[in-house]
Design a binder for this molecule. Structure first.
Ligand code: S3P
Length: 443
């Protein structure tokens, strides 16, 4: 069924909520869990379409993964132990699942074809094919940038040193996953540090991973191949990218005060929160602790008057998925919000720079963009936006959820069409947002 959701003017958002498990850590718990020596339990795994696509792909490849009561059980096969050919893996909407699985497959004697939905089939894959070919993986057509793609891995991949042109955790993780079954040291260099969940999880399970900044300020991540990965259980913290929706909604909606519990606050994921605080947001972190190598805290936010600022390129990697919701906050800010160095947004589930500006223009908000930047002219805290429009999700969950948050401050309802895509990352979005006082309705 293809759904549309209407969002209606709201106020007084309040409550303590828990959003689902982190998507990045959930993909990694499944993939890395399939390589431990023994059985592990994963708690609070995100049960969204993207993550379930990864679980199902691993099952097809022969991994034994089951949901038991409120946790998932993974029987690890050790490193590099997948085998067989002619597997067909449907990765749905998931770029992370596709690219990380290519890394896993590249390090085993296995052949598979990866395919996905219309959005995923347009996304660039050469960025992982180029380094994986260097490890010895073979592709039906290495010049093909798009799914479907057939890949054959090697039982003993070569250890490589790869300088990535972009700071991308998907590229880095794909290479490191192949490097696990390599008899040597695999090194990835990236211009700024991208999210390090793969490195943290591998270290937690006993692998040797080093991260250091070079004299040219680039980051070098090295992994010793063939570690023994210990079967330690994993608890997935809540997703800061999902928490961003109730948090930004309470900043924008008068008389609001909301707390989101148990959120992953890894420094490489909280660029949005730092940016909002610089814009004047009342956001606080409390109850800080560590859960299997990941920092976790509760995040509180209340209604705030925001000011436009410039967000430099150096912050992009730590808030790469949050520009759509930041753009919604920028609408109510005083002055302009400048986003620099954001070209990677053009390669997400849709071209997000284009989707954001198109949606905001339909509400009469002025934006200006270049290939790698965007400016949003804030209408100020007292702005009255008419609403009465409908926005197409473009099969992008974060575009859909961001515009539904904007609908909470428009005078009339705002409809987002084709919202099933929200299930990619936050299946309980409508229910949780309505718990704190949003007025979201399926239409
Ligand atoms: C992710 C990395 C990011 C992010 C994506 C999840 C990951 O992509 O946009 O939603 O889990 O590694 P890139 O690495 O391509 O920037």
């Amino acid at each position: 069924m293809i759904n549309s959701i209407s969002s209606n003017k709201s106020s007084n958002l309040s409550g303590e909520i828990v959003v689902p498990g982190d998507k990045s850590i959930s993909h990694r718990a499944l993939i890395i869990g399939s390589m431990v020596s023994g059985k592990i339990k994963v708690k609070n795994l995100l049960e969204s379409d993207d993550v379930i696509a990864t679980a199902n792909a691993l099952r097809r490849l022969g991994c034994n993964i089951n949901k038991v009561n409120n946790f998932w059980e993974i029987f690890g096969n050790g490193i590099g132990n997948l085998f067989g050919s002619n597997y067909e893996l449907n990765m749905g909407n998931s770029g992370t699942g596709s690219r990380l699985l290519m890394g896993l497959i590249a390090g085993s004697d296995v052949e598979a074809t990866i395919y996905g939905d219309a959005s995923l089939s347009k996304r660039p894959m050469k960025r992982v094919i180029i380094p994986l070919v260097k490890t010895g993986a073979r592709f039906d057509n290495p010049n093909n940038d798009n799914l479907p793609i057939k890949i054959r891995g090697s039982k003993i991949p070569l250890p490589i040193k790869y300088e990535s042109p972009v700071a991308s955790a998907q590229i880095k993780s794909s290479i490191l996953l192949t490097g696990l079954s390599s008899p040597g040291k695999t090194t990835v260099i990236e211009p700024t540090l991208s999210r390090d969940h793969t490195e943290r999880m591998l270290k937690y399970l006993g692998a040797k991973v080093d991260i250091e900044q070079q004299s040219n300020s680039f980051w070098k991540i090295s992994l010793e191949g063939l570690p023994l990965l210990m079967p330690y259980d994993i608890e997935v913290p809540s997703d800061p990218s999902s928490a961003a929706f109730p948090i930004v909604s309470s900043l924008l909606t008068p008389n609001s005060n909301v707390k989101v519990l148990n959120v992953c606050v890894n420094d490489l994921r909280i660029g949005l929160y730092k940016t909002l605080i610089e814009m004047g947001a009342n956001i606080t972190f409390s109850n800080k602790r560590e859960v299997n190598g990941e920092p976790v805290a509760d995040i509180s936010a209340s209604y705030s008057i925001l000011n436009g600022i410039t967000i430099p390129k150096s912050r992009v990697a730590s808030m790469i998925d949050e520009y759509p919701i930041l753009s919604i906050a920028a609408v109510k800010a005083q002055g302009e919000t400048h986003m620099e160095g954001i070209e990677e947004l053009r390669f997400k589930e849709t071209d997000r720079i284009n989707a954001i500006s198109k949606g905001l223009h339909s509400l009469g908000i002025e934006t200006f963009d270049t290939k790698d930047s965007m400016v949003i002219k804030g209408n100020g805290p007292d702005c009255k936006l008419e609403g009465k429009i409908s926005i197409e999700s473009q099969l992008d969950h974060r575009i859909a959820m961001s515009f539904l948050c904007l609908g909470m401050i428009t005078e009339n309802s705002l409809i987002v069409e084709n919202t099933d895509t929200i299930n990619s990352s936050f299946p309980s979005f409508v229910k949780i947002m309505n718990t704190i006082g949003a007025k979201l309705e399926y239409v």
